[in-house]
Design a protein around this ligand. Structure first.
Ligand SMILES: C[S@@+](CC[C@H](N)C(=O)[O-])C[C@H]1O[C@@H](n2cnc3c(N)ncnc32)[C@H](O)[C@@H]1O
Length: 222
C-alpha cells in the first residue's frame, strides 16, 4: 500500500496527529480524558502501560513538564518528573522517558516499577489491548483478564492516586467496574470522542485510590 493510501485508510484524525507531532491518533483520546477529568493535575510520576507507538507517552510528558511550573506552590509539587512506558512491542525512544520492553503483567516488571518509582506513583495509564481474534465474546474475556492483571499494579500507586484503564464493554465489564469501585473512591466509565465509531472500547477513570492492604488478583468467574 502506498503512503498516501495508507494515510487515507487511517483517516483524518491520523493525519491531524501526525501534523501535531503525535505518533498515533490515540493521543486525542487521552486529551479528551484529560479535558473531562483533569487526570494530569499535579502528576509527576507516571506509568504508561501498553505504550507502542508512544503517543500517550508524548501527551504524558507534555502535561508533566507543564506541571513543573504550573503547580510550583506550597502544595504537592516536584521539581522533576519521572515517566515510564512499557510494551511487549518496541517503543522508539522519547527523550526523558524510561522505556521498557516487557510484558507488564510479569513479576519482573513489578520489580522495575518498584525500583524506578519507589512507591510514589501519581498516575497509572493503561491503553493496553489484547490482539483481537475477531470473536467478540472471547476477546472481551481476554481483555478483562488483562485488565485484572494490570489492576494489581495499582499497589504501586500512591494513596489517592489516579488509574486510567482501557476495557471492552460486554462480558465481565460490570464485574471489573465493581472491583475498581472497591479500590478507588470515584470511578467513572468514559468513551472519548476520539474513539472510533462502533468500537466497544471503554475507559475507566478511577480517582483517589483507597487505603487497601491486599492487592491480590481478582479474576472474574467465567
Ligand atoms: C492501542 S495500543 C497502545 C497505543 C498507545 N497508547 C499510544 O498512544 O501510542 C495497545 C498496546 O498494548 C500492548 N500490550 C498488550 N498487552 C500488553 C502487556 N501484557 N504488557 C505490555 N503491553 C501490552 C500492545 O502490544 C499494544 O502495543
Amino acid at each position: 500500500m502506498s503512503k498516501e493510501s495508507e494515510e487515507h485508510r487511517r483517516g483524518p484524525q491520523y493525519k491531524q496527529a501526525k501534523r501535531q507531532g503525535y505518533r498515533a491518533r490515540s493521543a486525542f483520546k487521552l486529551f479528551d480524558i484529560q479535558k473531562k477529568f483533569n487526570i494530569f493535575k499535579r502528576a509527576y510520576y507516571i506509568l504508561d502501560i501498553g505504550s507502542t507507538p508512544g503517543s500517550w507517552l508524548q501527551v504524558a510528558k507534555k502535561f508533566a513538564m507543564e506541571n513543573l511550573n504550573k503547580y510550583n506552590d506550597k502544595y504537592y509539587h516536584r521539581n522533576h518528573f519521572k515517566i515510564m512506558g512499557v510494551d511487549i512491542k518496541k517503543v522508539s525512544p522519547i527523550e526523558g522517558i524510561q522505556i521498557v520492553q516487557a510484558d507488564a503483567t510479569t513479576p519482573e516488571f513489578q520489580n522495575k516499577i518498584k525500583e524506578f518509582f519507589q512507591d510514589k506513583l501519581d498516575l497509572i495509564l493503561s491503553d493496553a489491548s489484547i490482539a483481537k481474534s475477531g470473536n467478540k465474546f472471547s476477546d472481551n474475556i481476554r481483555q478483562t483478564n488483562l485488565c485484572f492483571d494490570i489492576l494489581t499494579l495499582a499497589k504501586f500507586l500512591k494513596y489517592k492516586g489516579i488509574f486510567v484503564i482501557k476495557t471492552f464493554q460486554g462480558q465481565d465489564f460490570e464485574k471489573f467496574f465493581k472491583v475498581m469501585k472497591n479500590r478507588f473512591l470515584y470511578v467513572h466509565s468514559y468513551k472519548p470522542k476520539a474513539s472510533k465509531k462502533g468500537t466497544n472500547e471503554m475507559y475507566i477513570i478511577a480517582e483517589k485510590k483507597k487505603k487497601i492492604t491486599s492487592w491480590t488478583q481478582e479474576f472474574p468467574q467465567n
